[in-house]
Design a protein around this ligand. Sequence first.
Ligand code: ADP
Length: 364
Amino acid sequence: MRLRTLGILLFLGATILLFAFVILSGTAVWAYLSPVLPARIVIGGAVFPPYVVLAVFGTLLLALISAVLVTFTVMLNRAVVLPLAELTGAMARFADTQEIPSPPDMPPVKEIADLGRTFNELAAKVQATHARDTEMSRVKSDFISTAAHQLRTPLTGIRWALEALAKEPLTENQHALVESAMSKSRDLVGTVGTLLDISSIESGKHVYEFEQVALPELAAHVVKDLLPIAQERQVTLQLMPSETPLPRVRADRKQVTWILNNLVENAIRYTPPGGTATVSFGTTGGRVLTFVRDNGIGIPEKDRDNIFERFYRAGNAIAKENGGNGLGLYIARTIATDHGGDLGFANNPEGAGTTFTLSLPTSR
Ligand code: ADP
């Protein structure tokens, strides 16, 4: 119940009690006084019956007490209800915008003034922590970006040198070693490229190359690429074609492939041998949905709110998979929202496992 409603109810209750009290006490006073009162009372030359004088006196008394009650209610409203409503509004604005409210007009009640002050101090601390976190994350992103840039040039040099070496007359053993070094350096160049992409996406400076994309086609490539990993881990990986033709989406092919790759790879990694990971599609109000479903370890209730945070990994995932950095979903969701879409998940209603849903707007 709202404080204001409670105040009004209290006021009405007090008024009714007051009326009852005045009527009852008036009747009692009348019963007590009527035998001793004169038959007529003269005031300022005018003659009144005594019950009229008593009624007027009672009414004046009632009006006076009502005025006191109304004044009290108005003061309560000003001192308590309005400052509390102002404070609630300030808290809601802070939650929305992180903007510290200006101190409310000094409410006359000390405890409420203290509450307002404490809230402002708390908000200032939250804002300072938030600013520090943002700065730290900017420094970290800058560091990743600088390190990746610095690594890219020498790595490319190593790759070229290895490619040149591979063309030289080598023994079979030497050739195998050079091939292996070339493959590793290609992987490293790829990883550095991903780090650069991640830091530019994180900083909001990434320039997307939007085009019309058929999601089933991208998903088919991803599934094909990840099939060997699924087989190695004895997880059945399947792609369910859509029953109806799907509209194309407006997307950056490379980045959406990255999202799908991440989701399908997670579905494989977090599903024990013998399980299944499935990619399927749907549509809803101008969006194409891609579902990546598995019957694996699922996401525990206590971790659900944090799963899209940077570097967050659920306990059951850490126990199952050593490798992992908790960055994939964060980046994937950032890319999805940069596309005007979204990425969400739900634990499967029947049985174990999770379904991630990528939603992207159709191209117009
Ligand atoms: P990583 O997999 O490298 O830890 P991600 O950002 O891709 O990082 O995933 C973050 C966390 O989300 C994982 O550590 C895991 O706890 C959870 N998660 C993601 N996909 C699944 C899945 N299909 N099943 C269960 N948990 C998952």
